[in-house]
Design a binder for this molecule. Structure first.
Ligand SMILES: *[C@@H]1O[C@H](CO)[C@@H](O)[C@H](O)[C@H]1NC(C)=O
Ligand SMILES: *[C@@H]1O[C@H](CO)[C@@H](O)[C@H](O)[C@H]1NC(C)=O
Ligand SMILES: *[C@@H]1O[C@H](CO)[C@@H](O)[C@H](O)[C@H]1NC(C)=O
Ligand SMILES: *[C@@H]1O[C@H](CO)[C@@H](O)[C@H](O)[C@H]1NC(C)=O
Ligand SMILES: *[C@@H]1O[C@H](CO)[C@@H](O)[C@H](O)[C@H]1NC(C)=O
Length: 286
């Protein structure tokens, strides 16, 4: 009997026909609760949207609000070897160096003169190409300067399709990572790249080097860089190095670095800043 009573109580709790209550509440009570939560959540969503909106207003689409880590630029070499930074090949085995030449072809394709002329300006060399915003008025989009592939001359892949690899005089291309707002060089002196032996015993093995553009400079007109969004067509300037007489059949450890009064090299914070090293080995006998 007690059991039946309990069952009846439950039934009544779910739906009480006398008081017309569902789960202990009348329809209007339920309605009020739903209405309350509806308004409450709409209010929360509105608050969230408002906060987001205000925050996004303070962000500039064309400039990162936070930039810290990249204040000293790293350098990278092309052709991109594997992670170990090695360029090792055998002159007699075409397949061992053809990959490097192909990688350079691909890397340099956007620098074709025709493309550069279409996308970018012919700037006044040896001075920064500043396009500042005047207060709230954004000077966007910003133009960029031409870096013609032909400026790499013998390392452009145009006059010598094999970039010298076939003759044992390979070209290496260097670029400096992009840093927004960086003005490298001082007093009108452009930053330039120099390469040398990483270790003393390799000094005699490096042989003569040739730099393109002359003196291995990154012209000042390619700076400052304003960011991907503001400067859509930006082409990073390059420096090519041709190894004219590197010793064959031996590992040669090379280090290239940027020379600019205001770019610290290998700082404590980032030992790769402003320099890059790699191994070059050209085999000529099986
Ligand atoms: C760039 O120029 C090279 C040689 O002049 C040509 O073979 C290549 O197809 C060009 N690439 C593009 C993307 O126009
Ligand atoms: C790039 O090449 C084009 C055509 O080859 C030439 O008209 C232009 O002046 C060159 N630009 C620079 C900066 O040398
Ligand atoms: C970028 O290059 C395209 C052509 O590829 C050109 O139409 C456009 O005007 C350029 N934009 C800027 C901001 O230089
Ligand atoms: C290269 O450097 C030398 C010596 O510093 C200088 O005389 C020459 O004008 C430079 N060449 C170019 C093209 O900047
Ligand atoms: C190339 O380097 C070797 C030593 O490694 C040297 O004997 C030779 O004279 C150099 N050749 C040229 C053209 O500089």
């Amino acid at each position: 009997m007690a059991k039946e009573g309990e069952k009846g109580e439950w039934k009544e709790f779910i739906w009480n026909p006398r008081t017309r209550e569902f789960l202990g509440r009348t329809a209007s009570s339920w309605g009020l609760i739903l209405l309350f939560y509806l308004i409450f959540y709409i209010f929360l969503a509105g608050l969230f949207a408002l906060t987001m909106y205000v925050m996004l207003q303070t962000l500039d689409d064309h400039k990162p609000t936070w930039q810290d880590r990249l204040s000293t630029p790293g350098m990278v070499i092309r052709p991109k070897a594997d992670e170990t930074f090695e360029i090792v090949y055998d002159i007699q085995k075409t397949e061992t160096w053809d990959l490097y030449a192909q990688a350079l072809d691909k890397f340099l394709a956007p620098y074709n003169n025709s493309i550069q002329v279409q996308k970018n300006d012919e700037c006044v060399p040896d001075q920064y190409y500043k396009q500042e915003d005047s207060g709230e008025v954004k000077n966007n989009p910003k133009r960029s300067c031409q870096f013609n592939r032909t400026m790499l001359e013998e390392c452009s892949g145009i006059y010598d399709q094999h970039y010298g690899y076939q003759e044992g005089k390979p070209c290496i291309i260097i670029k400096l990572n992009r840093v927004i707002g960086m003005l490298p060089g001082k007093n009108g002196n452009a930053p330039y790249v120099t390469c040398g032996a990483k270790v003393q015993e390799d000094t005699d093995k490096i042989g003569e080097l040739m730099y393109f553009p002359p003196n291995g400079t990154f012209n000042l007109m390619y700076y400052p860089y304003y960011g991907k969004k503001a400067q859509v067509n930006y082409s990073q300037p390059l420096v090519a190095i041709k190894f004219l007489n590197v010793t064959h059949n031996q590992d040669v450890n090379i280090e290239c670095k940027i020379n600019a009064d205001n770019i610290p090299i290998g700082s404590e914070r980032d030992k790769f800043a402003g320099r890059v090293s790699f191994k070059l080995r050209i085999n000529t006998k099986n």
